[in-house]
Design a protein around this ligand. Structure first.
Ligand SMILES: NC(=O)C1=CN([C@@H]2O[C@H](COP(=O)(O)OP(=O)(O)OC[C@H]3O[C@@H](n4cnc5c(N)ncnc54)[C@H](OP(=O)(O)O)[C@@H]3O)[C@@H](O)[C@H]2O)C=CC1
Ligand SMILES: O=C1CO[C@H](CO)[C@@H](O)[C@@H]1O
Length: 279
């Protein structure tokens, strides 16, 4: 394992740079998040993903401060919940989130779920564009949005969403969504990137490639995301797993290995349906 892996960054549509891998924090409590985030940042993580809904923004903020790493070297994401889908309401939710985090800006603020039955997500996105213009956030985006939802956003503003964070792993390759994002300059972030640590990691195709490279199954799956230009945010509370999950920038997968992993795809219908789910 390398000494202190550094995470490369890539550019976003509105000019910020985003680390190519980050730490997920759901379902950590405040106390767990404080410990895990401090540990992760010390190990070399720079991107930390939280949300109002996770109820751990205070802990995440404490962990960031405990790490001693300068604010400008960190990349902090939080997410807007459905109660605040409205151009002005966004401001209140954002202010509460940064106060809990103890920060004066966010690197990335996402609409957590479109909740199309409310028909308010376009207004919410316009609220995010206000925050971007005012310099309160460095980048803005979406989570769990389908192309049809994004079409409505793109029709309402010239501001490109920097990111769409969606459920994505080798069993849920989301090809149509990825192609749509790429065509519109939107970066795809993968949640549940290692399949929640479940049976994906025991699939023979994963373990065979892992054996061939002398790597863990999780490292192989995380490398698969990187090969496809995706930004995975694996969650772990274990310092050992944090170290190995980030230690994926010194090897590559062959195109045939990427294809063999992608062949695990179970199709779009296996993904959580954001037309009927959300909060
Ligand atoms: N936008 C959205 O709607 C959503 C966003 N998210 C975000 O994405 C993040 C990641 O998604 P998540 O659902 O947590 O799923 P992940 O695919 O990241 O899996 C996390 C699980 O895998 C285990 N794990 C971590 N590393 C390893 C490893 N190297 N080997 C074996 N098991 C491992 C963890 O356990 P342990 O901690 O014990 O190591 C945990 O149980 C969340 O934390 C959250 O920040 C998640 C869901 C929805
Ligand atoms: O981000 C999230 C974490 O996981 C939860 C359970 O799947 C989701 O509800 C939520 O959107």
């Amino acid at each position: 394992m390398s000494e202190q892996p550094t995470v490369p960054t890539q550019p976003l549509a509105n000019g910020a740079q985003i680390p190519r891998l980050g730490l997920g924090t759901w379902p950590m409590s405040d106390a767990e998040a404080e410990r895990a985030v401090a540990e992760a940042v010390t190990i070399g993580y720079r991107l930390v993903d939280t949300a109002y809904k996770y109820g751990n923004e205070k802990g995440v903020g404490r962990g960031l401060r405990a790490s001693g790493v300068a604010r400008e070297d960190l990349f902090v994401t939080s997410k807007l919940n459905g109660e605040w889908h409205g151009r002005e309401a966004v401001r209140e939710a954002f202010q509460d989130s940064i106060e809990r985090l103890g920060l004066d800006y966010l690197d990335l603020y996402l609409i957590h779920w479109p909740m199309p039955w409310q028909d308010r997500y376009v207004d919410a996105f316009l609220g995010l564009t206000d925050l971007l213009r005012e310099g309160r956030v460095r980048a803005i985006g979406l989570s769990n949005f389908k192309p049809a939802h994004i079409d409505r956003i793109l029709a309402a503003t010239d501001v490109t969403p920097d990111v769409n964070q969606i459920q994505l792993d080798p069993t849920l390759t989301r090809e149509a969504a990825r192609a749509y994002h790429q065509a519109h300059g939107i970066v795809t972030q993968s949640w549940g990137p290692i399949g929640h640590g479940g049976e994906l990691l025991a699939q023979p195709v994963v373990t065979e490639i892992a054996d061939r490279h002398g790597r863990t199954p999780a490292q192989i799956v995380l490398r698969w995301h990187l090969e496809l230009g995706l930004i995975p945010i694996p969650k772990t509370s274990s310092p050992e797993r944090m170290k190995s999950n980030i230690d994926v920038f010194d090897f590559t997968l062959a195109p045939a290995e990427v294809a063999a992993l992608s062949a695990l795809d179970r199709g779009e219908d296996a993904a959580t349906d954001s037309d009927t789910t959300g909060h």
